[in-house]
Design a protein around this ligand. Structure first.
Ligand code: ADP
Ligand code: MG
Length: 701
């Protein structure tokens, strides 16, 4: 249950002065509430102003910055009302100071109001955007026209908020004032010595300082008030992750000792040997599995570093120990691909492998479920379908979660609860910067695969304007004649699936004019069976060019493919480009990646393409990506709806993260039920930041 003390902060926005049912919709749009539900008072408070207008700077007219909002001290010198017959001409009022003059411009003006507010000869303070129009300075519809008394009441710095169409600064300011008045006195949840040492204000004061700026320094992300709020948010997420981890650890673990027999058989049927990094990761995983503690390990590795094989060998070890293993993939295509690649290896080692997805026919599914429960299946690969309640194992020992960031914390838990103290191995396709590992996965042990399998050749990455499409098509024609295979990726068009599809379909049609039946097409809206068929045709080389929307982004493995064309590369994020490029360069053949872009190229897009050409190091790319865009996007969390951060920004606040982690660890260790005084305060914090999933864990025991 949410502590009652928080009720005012969870009240709907319509409870605030000046917010009605209509405007609250506008607010909702501007706030983009991460929980997806109705906007609440707290959401408004967490919508921090991004900048401020400093009303204390009083530039002279000629020195005032153009195209910015300024406050000027002026004398009214002339009124130029529109002639009666021409109502579309604005009412102009000329004002001046000792450096020059400008016109205040009012369309469809209320003449009486203008005459009253701007009497001839009077001194006034006007605020608005100063523009140069036709050689003259003007200010259209000043947002403020003040006399001396009104000026005295003006806040020194006026906060400026992110808006949506139809919503005004004034409306947000007014509602926020109302929201500030509703903040209850909350107990301190941060470790008091830390608050003292950093000279942080209380939660309440911090919000007031940020929303009622007294000077420009408050907009510095390192300002104590902003740091404190960022810390609050980070602490909430770290405590939530800490509780998940504590619960998993509390259930204890079981020692699962392999014999090495099955893994050796698998290795013997492979045409290559493991890389040093794979051997090291397996050693760490096996040590975890052999111990009495529950394994919570993250395997991080760049695309093509061979994580899937590590997962298979870990699962083999679990089977050697007499238990079952499950591996969960984010998409049908991937689950099926894992299954097909593992099948011959498992057959060679007499491991019984099955697949379970949402697409299985009822009878088939029933058989698989029965076999899982009876223990007739050793290893199962699947999608989200593995979470379902009807899925039961005889003795699940290991759950592998592939491409983890697409799954949420509770999904991870759901799979973990399918057995007694299941060991958990998480694999990330994107190399994630250290700070993000901590933020999104909490305190997990990490194995890194930094080394790529031997014999890989660097990928020749080139960027070309789309105008050179003809050359590209001709080049691909030559390459496929020599037996090459190519991916051709079309991007998401304005997040509209239909347009997205149209672009890919159209491209496929164009390519078919040149290459006929050699062209395949796969996209997100295809039926599962058709997707498989398209993928399989490409895998077997029946089709040589596979036109795809980003469905192929994650994990698809066709070593024979050596060309990757990415159309509208400027629309992709850096990590996405890297993932896509990682689909080639997997065999020993020399691979090429062509980034086709539309001119003119924006600054960020150009930076991304430059980095892509400079490096193939996924870790470096991930760091650069983090610099170029928000951290949520790096993990694709914005698409999948995992709540991101509103007050903390990891590019500027990452130094707080280890502090929050240590603090969270201390809280969870000392007071695992959050029942002490501080524990109660931390509970409130979790609710406030929408991390109450974790509180439910407490009750579930
Ligand atoms: P990831 O999942 O990390 O992107 P995969 O596990 O899909 O990478 O491996 C990419 C390709 O490399 C696969 O075709 C796999 O068979 C191959 N591979 C894996 N380990 C090795 C190795 N040690 N030596 C050579 N090839 C390997
Ligand atoms: Mg993989």
């Amino acid at each position: 249950m949410r502590p009652d003390i928080l009720n005012p902060l969870f009240a709907p926005l319509a409870a605030l002065p000046g917010v009605g049912p209509k405007t609250s919709k506008l607010f909702e749009r501007a706030l983009a509430t991460p929980h997806g539900g109705e906007a609440r008072v707290a959401d408004l408070l967490f919508h921090l102003p991004h900048s401020g207008i400093d009303r204390r700077a009083r530039p002279k007219i000629m020195e005032a910055p153009r195209d910015q909002i300024v406050l000027l001290e002026v004398t009214v010198v002339e009124h130029r009302p529109p002639p009666n017959t021409r109502a579309k001409v604005p009412y102009r009022v000329v004002v001046e100071d000792d450096t020059g003059d400008l016109a205040l411009v009012f369309f469809l003006a209320n003449h009486q109001w203008i005459e009253r507010s701007l009497p001839l000869g009077a001194k006034r303070w006007v605020s608005g955007k100063l523009e140069l129009w036709d050689g003259h300075l003007q200010m259209v519809h000043p947002d403020k026209v003040l006399d001396e008394a009104a000026l005295a009441k003006l806040p020194p710095v006026e906060p400026v908020y992110g808006l949506t169409e139809g919503l005004t600064q004034r409306a947000v300011q007014k509602a926020t004032e109302g929201a500030l008045a509703k903040i209850p006195d909350l107990p301190e949840w941060i470790d008091p010595p830390l608050v003292a040492q950093r000279r942080w204000p209380t939660f309440h004061d911090a919000l007031e300082q940020v929303h009622r700026p007294q000077g420009p320094e408050i907009f510095d992300p390192q300002n104590p008030a902003r740091l404190r709020l960022a810390y609050d948010e980070l602490l909430a997420s770290q405590v939530a992750l800490g509780l998940v981890r504590a619960r998993m650890k509390k259930q204890g673990g079981r020692a699962s000792l392999g014999t090495g027999k099955i893994a050796d058989q698998i290795l013997a049927s492979l045409p290559f040997s493991l890389t040093g990094a794979q051997i090291e990761a397996l050693k760490e995983i096996r040590a975890d599995m052999a111990s009495n503690e529950r394994m919570l390990r993250l395997v991080q590795g760049d695309v093509g570093s061979g994580k899937t094989l590590v997962a298979l060998l870990a699962m083999a070890t679990m089977v050697e120990a007499g238990r079952q293993a499950a591996m969960m993939a984010p998409t049908e295509i991937l689950a099926r691909q894992h299954y097909e690649r593992m099948l011959p290896l498992c057959e060679a080692a007499r491991v019984k492998l099955a697949i379970l997805t949402g697409r299985d026919k009822a009878a088939e599914r029933k058989k698989t479920l029965a076999a899982l429960e009876a223990g007739d299946i050793d290893v199962v690969i699947g999608t989200h379908a593995l979470f379902q309640e009807t899925v039961a194992f005889r003795d699940l020992g290991l759950a592998v979660v592939d491409e983890q960031h697409r799954f949420g914390v509770h999904q991870r838990l759901a799979l973990g609860s399918k057995g007694e103290a299941v060991d958990i191995l998480v694999m990330t396709a994107t190399p994630i910067p250290r700070t993000l590992v901590l933020t999104y996965f909490g305190d997990m042990d990490v194995s890194m695969l930094r080394e790529k399998p031997a014999g890989r050749q660097p990928i020749d990455t080139r960027a070309l304007p789309i105008e050179r499409l003809d050359e590209v098509v001709a080049g691909i024609g030559r390459a496929i004649q020599k037996g090459a295979r190519a991916y051709w990726v079309c991007p998401l068009v304005e997040e509209n699936e239909d347009l997205d599809l149209a672009a890919a379909t159209e491209r496929a049609d164009v390519l078919r004019q040149f290459f006929g039946d050699h062209v395949g097409l796969v996209h997100g809206q295809m039926k599962g069976a058709d997707k498989d068929a398209a993928m399989e045709a490409f895998q077997r080389g029946v089709t040589k060019i596979l036109v795809a929307t980003t469905v192929i982004e994650v994990g698809v493995d066709v070593p024979e493919a050596t060309i990757m064309v990415i159309e509208h590369a400027e629309r992709f994020g850096l990590s996405q480009l890297h993932q896509l490029r990682g689909r080639v360069g997997r065999g020993s053949g020399r691979s090429t990646c062509l980034l086709l872009y539309k001119t003119p190229l924006g600054e960020v897009a150009e930076a991304r393409i430059t980095i892509m050409r400079e490096t193939e190091d996924g870790f470096r790319i991930a760091e650069e990506d983090l610099k170029l865009r928000g951290e949520g996007e790096v993990l694709g969390t914005r698409q999948s709806g995992t709540p991101g951060f509103r007050l903390a920004s990891l590019d500027v606040h990452s130094a707080l993260l280890p502090v929050a982690r240590d603090d969270a660890r201390m809280i969870v260790d000392k007071d695992p039920d959050l029942s002490s005084g501080r524990g109660q305060a931390v509970r409130a914090l979790l609710y406030l930041f929408g991390r109450d999933e974790a509180v439910k864990l407490l009750r579930a025991g």
